[in-house]
Design a protein around this ligand. Sequence first.
Ligand code: ADP
Ligand code: MG
Length: 229
Amino acid sequence: MSLVAARELSKTYAGGDIPVLALRGADFEIEAGSFAAFVGPSGSGKSTLLNLVGCLDRPTSGSLSVADTDVTQLGREQRARFRGEHIGFIFQDFNLLPVLSAFENVELPLMMMRGWSAKRRRVRVEEILESVELGELAYKRPSELSGGQKQRVAVARALVTKPKLVLADEPTANLDRETALGVINLMKRMRDEAGSTFVFSTHDPKVMSVAELVFTLEDGRLREGGGTQ
Ligand code: ADP
Ligand code: MG
């Protein structure tokens, strides 16, 4: 059974004057342990797709299963609980809280969960910060960190709860090429170590080349494989 499976998945935004067909009948499967990328130009539907898989939004039609759960059937609160249990998120603009240290930012998801004592949280946060090579910078605030370091904090925050699935929407868009590749390769190493499945989006061919499974989006239509032929 795939970790993520979509059939005829569609999303239409109907709020404006003209409905926007952002995703048109996407079929795909992602096995557990994958390192997968959705690739396409701006406006092609990457965020729409990741938001559906991440249970941040609901499809207009089609089926979507994540971790053996038909997520199209979940209500708002059930989706929130499902996200907290199974999914970690990494964002383009890092989304770190500026008043908190790297340690506190990474600790935050654990504070939202039951059953984590302060001592157990500390052990886990230190462990994950070490594995993304940020042990030395644990007490720095985001403003004292470089872009690449901030994104490594965000990778640690996404992984601290040991989610089955980590979703990263253009995680390297605000980084220079070399730093971008460093962050993607770190994500791949964390996939190897933690066993979480990673799914990210990008429009950068260099970044996309690190993925093991590539889906291309064009105007809301999806096909497997990279390139633009
Ligand atoms: P990408 O992430 O690849 O840039 P998006 O998924 O953000 O693409 O957008 C796909 C299409 O859906 C675009 O035409 C965009 O303008 C439109 N769109 C995205 N979000 C909304 C929304 N909340 N309301 C209306 N249209 C939207
Ligand atoms: Mg986007």
